[in-house]
Design a protein around this ligand. Structure first.
Ligand SMILES: CC(C)(COP(=O)(O)OP(=O)(O)OC[C@H]1O[C@@H](n2cnc3c(N)ncnc32)[C@H](O)[C@@H]1OP(=O)(O)O)[C@@H](O)C(=O)NCCC(=O)NCCS
Length: 343
């Protein structure tokens, strides 16, 4: 799904007649506990050298005992709100992108609402695995453009440590926990968030799943014994599709708006694996200096990764007001998305 007709001249400032939607604040949160590759060497048959050369990951954060996805999401959201002196009550809609909800229901967004006092907000979760944040951003943007909401809080938050199999060295070394949040509002004077390229391919869903605990394989002793409540992944296959779809989506969105890599100040890809990111950069002809990477410190935080990286890039001055930022993600489903955001 994607909007087929681009604006006539998307790189020219908008007239003010048609409002654009912008990210007006961001925030992020990571748990304190650091799990290094050396720690993992004591848990499974692996080595720092293997993990770093295959994935670029050195360490990841792990949620505290009893800390749920909504706790991290609410902490990130509160930081975004505080950064612009906004109260939770001003939020009209909360969208939480996650594949590790606190519970199957109620939505994690409802728990965030409770924690930040967003009494007026409508709340729902968005399920698009690692691509979820850009899907949520596109949905939030449309709510504002149709006049259904003035202020939308979008969050990517994950407690991957709750769903990885800590006995499976092929997956447990790759993931981490964390959350990021962005506040969207209409702003007349900038390009803001341009309509995203979104795509999915359900034919390949079996390559990356969490099979147990849903309606297909409800929780049972058998499901637990078969370790079906953990991430199952065909790593090599996922790698190939991630590179292809992210590179294609990035190219597609640049072409749609008549831009090249030169028009983009910073590219923030889903932080799954440094080798995937390098392969995408090579395919789209982007120099590595343009790519933002923090996968070495956080691992793959799924739906949280791109907004955590955006918040960090903004706080450290890597992206500045007026910069055109290219975001590109990929995840289970398969799902993928690319967005252009004027910061
Ligand atoms: C998982 C991944 C890092 C594996 O790298 P790879 O180079 O493809 O490695 P392979 O899967 O070919 O495995 C090579 C060997 O390393 C072994 N291995 C797997 N994990 C290991 C680990 N943590 N430590 C040491 N050895 C490991 C495998 O068992 C295999 O051994 P074998 O050849 O004796 O069978 C890589 O495929 C990947 O990153 N895939 C994408 C994952 C991803 O990003 N998923 C989320 C997308 S949103």
């Amino acid at each position: 799904m994607s909007e087929s007709k681009p604006p006539v001249n998307p790189v020219a400032p908008s007239s003010g007649a048609a409002p654009t939607v912008s990210i007006v604040a961001t925030g992020s949160y990571v748990p304190e506990r650091v799990l290094t590759n050396a720690d993992l060497e004591k848990m499974v048959d692996t080595s720092d050298e293997w993990i770093f050369t295959r994935s670029g990951i050195r360490e990841r954060r792990i949620a505290a005992e009893g800390e749920a996805t909504s706790d991290m999401a609410a902490a990130a959201a509160q930081r975004a709100l505080d950064s612009i002196g906004m109260r939770g009550e001003e939020v009209d809609l909360i969208l939480v992108a996650t594949c590790t909800p606190d519970m199957i229901f109620p939505s994690t967004a409802c728990y965030v609402q409770q924690q930040i006092g967003a009494r007026r907000a409508a709340c729902l979760d968005v399920s698009a695995a690692c691509s979820g944040f850009l899907y949520a951003m596109d949905i939030g943007r449309q709510y504002i453009l149709t006049g259904s909401a003035k202020t939308v809080l979008i969050i990517g938050a994950e407690k991957m440590s709750a769903i990885v199999d800590w006995t499976d060295r092929g997956t447990c070394v790759l993931f981490g926990d964390g959350a990021g949040a962005a506040i969207l509002q209409a702003r007349g004077a900038t390009h803001g968030i341009l309509p995203s390229v979104l795509g999915s391919d359900g034919e390949l869903s079996e390559l990356l799943t969490l099979p147990g605990g849903g309606s297909r394989n409800p929780a049972s002793q058998e499901v637990l014994d078969g370790r079906l409540c953990y991430v199952k992944m065909a790593g090599r296959e996922v790698f190939k599709h991630a590179v292809t779809h992210m590179a294609n989506a990035a190219t597609q969105i640049l072409e749609r708006y008549g831009m090249t890599i030169d028009d983009v100040a910073c590219i923030i890809p889903h932080q799954a694996n440094a080798r995937i990111i390098q392969a995408i950069a090579q395919r789209i002809g982007a120099p590595m200096e343009k790519i933002y990477m923090n996968v070495d410190r956080y691992g793959n935080t799924s739906a949280a990764s791109v907004i955590m990286a955006m918040d960090e890039a903004s706080r450290t001055g890597r992206i500045r007001q007026g910069d055109m930022v290219l975001l590109v993600v990929f995840g289970s489903g398969f799902t993928w998305a690319a967005s252009l955001v004027e910061w």
